[in-house]
Design a protein around this ligand. Structure first.
Ligand SMILES: NC(=O)c1ccc[n+]([C@@H]2O[C@H](COP(=O)([O-])OP(=O)(O)OC[C@H]3O[C@@H](n4cnc5c(N)ncnc54)[C@H](O)[C@@H]3O)[C@@H](O)[C@H]2O)c1
Ligand SMILES: O=C(O)C(=O)C[C@]1(C(=O)O)C=C[C@@H](O)C=C1
Length: 365
């Protein structure tokens, strides 16, 4: 029997537990968390088979250890694991959002012959905690691996364990990881939080203030609802790269500020036009899109029952869906629904059916 230990049963830890159970129902999962309520919930939901609060008490039982707490906790856990007896052949991995600091902390267990693979599923949510966990959270997302000198067999062992995540595996170095993810994830979280905080202060004297926020403000600031403990740890463990990237962003804002002040229409046009071209090419398929499957993207109105209407129509016509994903739903504005089919014929039939029912097809690929 394989025993998997997951430390940190929040959004990511519980989602991994669910997907492991899906592909390997006989795997014995032990969950560790400092929060007893999360552990009871996870046991009730069948995400885990056993629970504990002390890493030292159960670490030596595990064939695989997944560290899924905030990055600073992952670092501390790696240091503690280096002092504990572990099973021969144990595979240790993490899910932290920064990798250089984690890989450095893993050196101690690696020196004891333990296999460590740095990991980071590039999917998540602004919601945190065990109740937000979903087996399909990572579907279509990139799952970045930093195997270092780990052999390919260990990488394949991890990928087989996490096969039901349906991710796209990608190997990177820790520095590559932190630079790219710093720009694509860490910086945007700072921008979102800064905008919310600054707006709150700027409109504090207005009775309406933030209540008037519409689609634009809400879509750019969704991630400002993320967990502050997790984000403080991320910024502190990727500080140098992020401060440089933040400076690049501040420089860009200052350039635009000047263009606005001097009424430099050409610069302002260029600013928006360049961003539009880049963003338009980052189509929904790059946010998801199962390889070798057939996607249909359609606009859905922001009204109760729209999602149910689409799925019911498909079910009545016996058109099977592989996956359904809401890419964007904004209040009072159409959202985009990604429907994935296993073959072209079904996708073509679904496309005609939904177009006939009045849905606007955005694209097919
Ligand atoms: N949220 C995302 O979008 C996302 C995506 C990819 C990776 N990550 C990374 O995954 C990790 C977990 O993030 P999450 O979103 O699941 O966070 P979360 O807040 O949902 O879960 C963290 C869990 O760890 C537990 N915990 C915290 N400190 C602990 C300690 N000292 N001992 C025992 N348990 C402890 C908490 O009780 C909680 O259940 C973080 O390192 C984060 O950077 C997050
Ligand atoms: O979708 C979200 O809400 C996320 O914030 C997910 C997100 C990100 O895209 O920045 C957040 C942190 C992770 O390390 C990876 C993914």
């Amino acid at each position: 029997m394989t025993t998997v230990l997951i430390k940190g049963l929040g959004l990511i830890g519980s989602s991994l537990a669910l997907s492991i159970k899906q592909a390997h129902p006989t795997v014995h999962i032990i969950g560790i968390d400092r929060d007893d309520v999360s552990l009871s919930y996870a046991r009730q939901q069948g995400m885990i088979d056993a629970s504990g609060t002390d890493l030292a008490a159960v670490a030596s039982d595990a064939d695989v250890i997944i560290l899924a707490g905030p990055v600073d906790v992952i670092v501390a856990d790696l240091h503690r694991l280096a002092m504990m007896p572990l099973k021969a052949g144990v595979l240790v991995t993490d899910v932290g959002s920064t990798k250089q600091v984690v890989m450095h902390a893993a050196l101690a267990i690696q020196q004891h012959g333990v296999t460590f693979i740095g990991g980071h599923p590039m999917a998540g949510s602004h919601k945190s905690g065990v109740t937000a966990g979903r087996a399909n959270l990572f579907e279509n997302a990139f799952y970045l691996l930093v195997p270092g000198r780990t052999n390919q067999a260990a990488v394949q062992r991890l990928q087989a364990l996490l096969q039901a995540t349906h991710v796209k595996w990608l190997t990177v170095t820790a520095i590559q990881h932190d630079r790219i993810v710093g720009q694509l994830s860490h910086l945007p979280h700072i921008v979102a939080a800064a905008l919310v905080d600054q707006t709150q202060v700027a409109l504090a004297d207005s009775a309406l203030g933030l209540r008037l926020a519409a689609g634009g403000f809400k879509s750019i600031t969704r991630i400002a609802s993320s967990d502050p403990t997790m984000w403080a740890a991320i910024l502190m463990t990727n500080a140098e790269l992020i401060t440089n990237q933040l400076q690049g962003y501040i420089d860009q804002l200052l350039r635009i500020k000047t263009a606005i002040r001097v009424h430099d229409q050409a610069t302002l046009y260029e600013f928006f036009a360049t961003a539009k071209v880049t963003r338009d090419h980052l189509g929904p398929e790059q946010l998801g899109g199962l390889p070798n499957f057939y996607d249909l993207f359609l606009n859905v109105p922001d009204r109760v029952g729209a999602l149910a209407d689409v799925t019911q129509r498909l079910a009545q016509a016996q058109l099977s869906l592989v996956n359904i994903h809401i890419l964007e739903i904004r209040e009072e504005i159409d959202g985009v629904l990604q429907l994935t089919f296993s073959d072209l014929k079904t996708r073509t039939q679904a496309s005609s059916l939904l177009a006939d029912a009045g849905y606007q097809i955005v694209r097919r690929n």
